[in-house]
Design a protein around this ligand. Structure first.
Ligand code: B1M
Length: 210
């Protein structure tokens, strides 16, 4: 079994103590950072499929998520470059009712490395909390809303629409997450959408420079 296959197997088994060491070993053997990251993202897909099939339950999903986070911690210094921040502040959060944060954390990391100061509002972020954060943080140029559940897509819509109706200006609003599409982003009035963390960083720059 290759080192990356071992990372995948241990992540899918929720072995949070073993995954970081295996990720480091994969790096030491010369595996590309993006290859390891993609392997871990694929494994979370496997975990989701097993959950859908009733083979595992929420605690196992949670353990896999913890293992993924620990693995990402090893990659983080290699994913984020040393760009000095000049593009302003990006507020990011997972929308109200939604506790998924792995994708949001990856997006935050990539946006930070693209040259933004990132303020992470965490998970279960209401429209009101987004708006308050726009008011209290300096030079907010981007608000990024993540959502993983179809049931919380209305909360994403509410956030985007309340932010837009708040009268506050000087920033763009971007959305993303597994159930979100460009069509949905257009429908709810977001300024931008990206399907993954890499393209989120590209889109973020594009939006604030426009
Ligand atoms: Co949940 N969960 N979960 N879960 N979970 C999913 C999302 C699900 C698809 C699993 C399944 O059924 N197959 C399903 C949603 C179904 C649906 O809505 N259609 C689901 C469900 C049902 C639930 C619960 C309701 C289960 C229950 O309680 N019965 C519950 C809801 C809790 C809540 O939020 N209120 C729940 C709970 C959990 C855990 C807490 C156990 C855990 C999350 C832990 C954590 O995040 N700290 C968890 C997990 C781990 C998953 C899966 C297995 C993995 C998610 C993940 O981290 N993926 C997931 C199955 C799956 O994704 N296939 C599942 C890896 C991550 C890197 O990808 O987050 O998609 P992702 O992010 C990507 C892109 O989406 C994009 O870039 C990222 C990186 O490339 N992206 C953006 C994300 N945000 C973006 C923002 C952008 C741009 C791009 O711009 C702003």
């Amino acid at each position: 079994m290759s080192k990356i296959e071992e990372v995948k197997a241990m992540l899918e088994a929720g072995k949070a103590k073993l995954v970081p060491g295996l990720v480091q070993e994969a790096l030491d053997e010369g595996a590309e950072v993006q290859t390891i990251l993609q392997a871990m993202i694929d494994s979370m897909g496997v975990v989701g499929d097993r959950f859908s099939a009733g083979e595992i339950y929420v605690p196992e999903m949670l353990m896999a998520a913890k293992a993924m986070s620990k693995g990402v911690d090893v990659l983080k210094p290699l994913l984020t470059g040393g760009t000095s921040s000049t593009l302003g502040t990006c507020l990011i959060g997972t929308v109200e009712g939604d506790l998924h944060d792995i994708g949001k954390n990856l997006v935050a990391m990539m946006i930070e490395s693209a040259g933004f100061d990132v303020v992470d509002l965490g998970v279960d972020v209401s429209a009101t909390k987004f708006i308050e954060a726009i008011k209290v943080n300096k030079n907010v140029t981007l608000v990024a809303c993540s959502g993983l559940l179809t049931t919380t897509m209305p909360a994403m819509k509410q956030s985007v629409q309340e932010i837009k109706a708040s009268g506050l200006t000087g920033f763009k609003v971007m959305v993303g997450g597994a159930p979100v599409t460009q069509e949905y982003a257009n429908e709810i009035g977001a300024d931008g959408f990206a399907p993954d963390a890499g393209s989120a960083a590209v889109k973020a720059k594009e939006l604030v420079k426009a």
